[in-house]
Design a protein around this ligand. Sequence first.
Ligand code: GDP
Ligand code: CA
Length: 304
Amino acid sequence: MLSGGVGGARFLRGLLAVIEPEAVAIVGNVADDVEVLGLHVSPDLDSILYALAGLADEERGWGRADETWNALAAAAAFGGDAWFKLGDRDLGLHLVRTQALREGATLSEVTTRLARAAGLECTLLPATDDPLRTFVETSAGTFPFQTWFVARGHRDDVDAVHYAGAPQARPAPGVLAAIEDADLLVIAPSNPYVSIGPILAVAEIRAALVRRRVPCVAVSPLVGGRAVKGPADRMLARLAGGTTPAHVASCYAGLLDALVIDESDSPADLPAGVRAVVTRTLMRDDEARRRLAHAVLDAAGTHA
Ligand code: GDP
Ligand code: CA
């Protein structure tokens, strides 16, 4: 499964409740990664890890539960950066990751170690070990993703997105094998431009999906033409020309066999070869998450 952070993590909780976790490999976005206070932070991988380990703060919607903010407050008092919110517990993970990277480990190696330490039974892989970063172009300038998203509160409309490092980026070890060996490929209900887009910008990953022999099913991140959270709807309106499932599908041209959409959205105008599966996609609780996971598995079954 290809995944961003929170939307992908919500879906994965449902999926892992209905199939064997050992059978699931997650290819996560790393183009949101950011260096803060000297530490390497991988927000999307960490959202997945915290959600699947039962450590996530469900109410806040990001970061760890039972979090405190003393280290960040102390850093700010000494004139350090405090724009990117890192809680005390969260910092523990970033310290371990950063030390391992400095000692020469790859991001995929350290991610495997962290996932194992957190008790994950599925495989969690960064899309690439190479530097790959999202930049957004706006009328106020071109910004690194987190500068736009967090520091500027994603207030600027996005005219274009680009992925620095994509031409050189190779899939991380295990990514191509995971795609080639899969019985089903899933694209999470994640942001198509800033979560899934960077993964697909790795040419060998996109090519592996194009030549798939198994179904690829995406879940739309829209409910009633609106993102449940975040800027996906604004980006789709501006960059794809609208916020219908057809606009979501246009982001994944040549890659989809089915698109799971909410019953409040219209299945009209999907590209030929892309079947609409209409269900309720709001993942409000365990039951809703499990139901959506079953819909995705069924979508694949009827296709095969
Ligand atoms: P991020 O990297 O943490 O921003 O998270 P993702 O890119 O993985 O997911 C963000 C997307 O998840 C947003 O566009 C939301 O619309 C979508 N999302 C969040 N919750 C739900 C839900 O319950 N149902 C659906 N269909 N989409 C959701
Ligand atoms: Ca993200």
